[in-house]
Design a protein around this ligand. Sequence first.
Ligand code: SAH
Ligand code: SF4
Ligand code: F3S
Length: 471
Amino acid sequence: MGLRQSGVAAMTRTPDHTAPSRALHVITWGCQMNVYDSARMGDVLRPLGYQPVDTPDTADMIILNTCHIRDRAAEKVFSELGRLRLIKEARKAEGQQTIIAVAGCVAQAEGQEILARAPYVDIVLGPQTYHRLPEMVARAARAGRAVIETDFPAEQKFDFLPEAEAPQTPGNYTAFLTIQEGCDKFCSFCVVPYTRGAESSRTVQSVLAEARRMADSGVREISLLGQNVNAYHGEGPDGTVWDLTRLAYALADIPGLTRIRYTTSHPRDMNDALIAAHRDLPALMPFLHLPVQSGSDRILRAMNRGHTADEYRDLVRRLRAARPDLALSSDFIIGHPGETEEDFEATMQLVRDVGFALAYSFKYSPRPGTPAAGAPLQVPEDVKDARLQALQKLLREQQDAFNASMVGKTVPVLFTGKGRKPGQITGRSPWLQPVHVIGPDHLIGQTVPVHITERLTNSLGGLLEEENVYA
Ligand code: SAH
Ligand code: SF4
Ligand code: F3S
């Protein structure tokens, strides 16, 4: 059956306002794209009457949106499912039904295993099939048995999703927007090409339309998401292919959108035009997540990253030449198979050379089905532990130094909500640092200069520049 005849497309056009109200609880693990996907699953189910609730205990449907990136992902899913099963049974005893759906990257990778080990699960769906959720819910109810959808469909889900409800949470001034998905790079250690499928980009029109709706509803800062976001190559309205630079310029023209970020970029996909945009386009924030994973050429080669450590250093130099206040963040994997003490030292040296404002570092975790998992020379756990500790200490020092360097400066802060203390409002700097000030609520949603006066543990404190004006 063609999907255009299915419930998804039909309901997009004629929402069923008479659908009975049902409670939906979504549990989200993993990356920002999963956060975006969870919101969109909520959008897809809204025409069926599903409204989000904060706890699973009273939910008519529970979606567990999973992540497969590192160790024990599947065990974690099964242990959570055990908890959800108890809720389902307790509700059943009261004559109420609960649909349990497992979504996301573990569902994609281990869907059959989930159905075999957790027969109380009703729906298993991969990241590329959630536009079919209403149809799956209906099928699960009709058939009285589990429904699984983990094939990569020929159609793009974005062509079938209803409009995103924006802002996804009222009062949100920042939002995620997925523009590219999947990956064809096949790094030795990574499951993403298998769980998210082949790389593909949304059309320019659908991205711009969603961004306009977000801006109209108050969003001021958009984070464009993609597993290789800077490889974006979406079809433009004129039939030509647009790259991320061209898209960023078009987004910056949308009234109300003042800040644009994008994540995650691959060093191989950085190009001169995008680097120049960091110089010329004020809306592009001076903060870039550009994972390098390792500083050793040998390991970078084994990882299939497609660049050397010096090429990364050179890229950083060009970025900083274009935008001197650009701050960088990165991911690191410690203990990839074959990593020697010398390789690790090369990573430490790269960190010292570059200086990161923020970084995420992980012990290498063998993922089933990936080339590195079966490679010889696996690094013992205790060696990984020791190296990770040393790396994290250095990264922490750099992060603290970066945050400390803000004290005494005046920076534009986009205020996003009230702080924890009375009279306090909180927002974020261009470099993603949370900033707290004492100030009036009406500044929430605005970008205002703040004089930074102190570095707190993971945030900054400041004073409004023109306090008398706002008081
Ligand atoms: N597309 C991004 C990364 C997406 S995965 C890129 O190419 O940089 C997010 C991060 O998880 C990776 O950057 C990597 O540091 C980490 N990661 C992925 N697979 C891993 C594994 N098997 N073990 C440990 N960390 C892993
Ligand atoms: Fe994974 Fe590499 Fe693709 Fe990033 S580029 S998602 S690390 S395979
Ligand atoms: Fe995890 Fe899938 Fe994201 S494996 S990191 S949820 S792409």
